[in-house]
Design a protein around this ligand. Sequence first.
Ligand SMILES: C[S@@+](CC[C@H](N)C(=O)[O-])C[C@H]1O[C@@H](n2cnc3c(N)ncnc32)[C@H](O)[C@@H]1O
Length: 272
Amino acid sequence: MSNVQTNNYKYGYKDFMINFINKRTVEQEAGFLIPYLRDDIKLLDCGCGPGSITVGFGKYIKNGEIFAIDIEPSQLELTKKLANEEGITNIHLEKADICDLPFKDNTFDIVFSHAFLTHIPNYRKAIQEMKRVLKPGGIIAARDPAFKDVVIYPDTSEIINAWNFRLKMLSSAGADFSIGKKLRSILSEEGFSDVVASGTATIRGNKKELDYYIDFIIGELSESTYITTALANGTITEEEIQEYKNIWTKFRNNPGAFVGIIYCQVIGYKSE
Ligand SMILES: C[S@@+](CC[C@H](N)C(=O)[O-])C[C@H]1O[C@@H](n2cnc3c(N)ncnc32)[C@H](O)[C@@H]1O
């Protein structure tokens, strides 16, 4: 196994990010997979992050085994802590790169990822690895946003510009922030069968939801890896960052503001 692991993840691991994603649940973010879960299966969660979804699988897989990988050890520590708090004991955690999984061929009944492939520049290789470790007849399940196709209003040129700045920075290592809508096509091309896509929309259309989301964007503009890197190498100035923050604050204070993002989810089978 290669020891060279490159972490291209652009959000980083500061509190603004962890607090945003650790509210996720199996019911909300992986509800499309619930009908396929069985008590005794072996499931792999790829890029588990702080683990709220991973640990949530414990309610459905009581006699099976839940494996999770992440490239970042601090995320595995958070997942371990949460599993201990929730009393879930059948979770196995490993630091690993998705493009080089430390598992034998044909190991898992289900291989899952959430908000993950969108961050992986070499997502084809990642999906091929996910397929390799799936048992014949096993299920791949992935859910990712279609960020480029955001529904946003008021759609002024300054807000579109601020949105596109995020996308440009987040995808600067080659990640694809439109991958959600392409998942059915990509999985079919990668040889999965009976590939079914569906989706849900995350709508921020009231003060509470907008505050939550715009706080996250402002956190990103303050502390994400992409911002600290861009500041360090001089591709952005503090003044420009402040300008983006002002645009988002003005947007948040508009009583007609609306943001909608489609999360695309897909299920496919590895042929027997
Ligand atoms: C947006 S978080 C998603 C976490 C979790 N799946 C969720 O939805 O709550 C993406 C995670 O992928 C991990 N990651 C990024 N690149 C990776 C890679 N090449 N291999 C494994 N994990 C990776 C990051 O460390 C991060 O924890």
